[in-house]
Design a protein around this ligand. Structure first.
Ligand code: SAM
Length: 321
């Protein structure tokens, strides 16, 4: 077992009042254990699934299978043929807030989309008429397009733009905006990955400022009565509950919405509904998720010129040859 840093111990004291919870949290981050992975079926599930499947969790959609830890779904032919997308259960947990959104849904905008997991989860959960996937870092756009294409999401439009441009060009337009924000990545430690400086206050502050900047722009793009889904894969309060509280204070027309499927995961660290998965649960590396609803009234016409001018179409091999 690795030695916990002073900053990790300090964080554990802020997150938990009980010593045994603090110890379990610290242990999960310093002594990583394998987590079950998940597959998101984007084509009808075959009658015989060629993997050992773990029992479904209450917040797991019917089109997701949780696998036992020793499975390698990324190496199977069904993966190559685009039958499913592989991700971790923490992503499925974060996206479970989408279950509280009434359908039908006109347009989903995923602002931090690469490599594409949340876009595909949103597509399966909401079946939007329009799927707009944005990735600000150019070199990550290729993997986003490749995953969307492999999984048959060829109706999606892909963008490589700063979130501010959406706020300026398509205000109050998207029925659902997903922000799976860049963060300090503390949960990566639970998977045995490195996350340099993830507990350092300067790094956390830098991430929190970036998250607030992204959200301030994002909020402008949410249609009246639409939803903003905010999530991270980190544990610090400053990047999670405090960011959501900041947004609701800055733009009071946003309110946090209860997600019945996640009732057992309500964060004890906020006075509004939001949800946490802890790494010591054994279900996934962990994260934070909150669903905000725009109570506003303003309605804007859809700026199709902007979307068609900047959106990259995903061509199938038949269409592009
Ligand atoms: N949603 C993705 C998925 O489920 O596959 C993972 C997203 S990852 C947690 C965060 C993403 O935010 C990264 O792709 C990163 O390039 C992008 N990002 C980094 N800085 C950003 C910024 N200033 N504005 C918007 N996105 C940013």
């Amino acid at each position: 077992m690795g030695q916990p840093s002073k900053l990790l111990l300090k964080l554990s004291r802020r997150l938990f009042t009980e010593e045994r919870d603090r110890d379990a949290f610290v242990e999960a981050l310093t002594n990583p254990q394998p987590f079950p992975s998940a597959i998101v079926w984007v084509q009808p599930r075959p009658e015989q699934v060629p993997f050992a499947i773990a029992p479904a969790l209450p917040w797991q959609p019917a089109w997701v299978d949780r696998l036992t830890p020793d499975q390698r779904p990324g190496q199977h032919l069904l993966h190559q043929s685009g039958a499913y997308y592989c991700l971790d259960m923490a992503s499925v947990f974060s996206a479970a807030i989408l279950s509280a959104i009434p359908t039908p849904v006109k347009a989903v905008l995923d602002l931090c989309a690469a490599p594409g997991g949340k876009s595909l989860l949103a597509r399966q959960a909401l079946h939007p008429d329009h799927l707009w996937c944005n990735e600000v870092i150019r070199k990550r756009v290729r993997i986003l397009i490749s995953n969307l294409k492999r999984c048959g999401a060829t109706e999606a439009l892909v963008f490589n733009l700063d979130p501010q441009l959406f706020a300026e060009q398509i205000p109050h337009t998207a029925s659902v905006v997903v922000v799976d924000a860049p963060c300090s990545g503390q949960s990566l430690l639970a998977k045995g990955d490195s996350a340099l400086g993830c507990f350092h206050p300067v790094n956390i502050k830098k991430n929190a400022s970036r998250q607030k900047r992204i959200l301030a722009h994002t909020a402008q793009t949410v249609a009246a009565k639409g939803y903003l889904a905010y999530m991270t894969c980190t544990f610090s309060l400053e990047e999670n509950e405090q960011v959501a509280a900041w947004l609701m204070k800055k733009i009071p027309q946003f309110e946090a919405v209860e997600v019945p499927a996640l009732r057992d995961h309500a964060s004890p660290l906020a006075s509004f509904p939001c949800y946490r998965l802890w790494p010591q649960s054994g279900l996934g590396a962990g994260g934070f998720t909150v669903l905000l609803r725009n109570r506003g009234e303003s309605i804007e016409p859809l700026n199709l010129d902007f979307l068609t001018a900047h959106g990259m179409k995903i061509y199938t091999s038949e269409a592009s040859s």
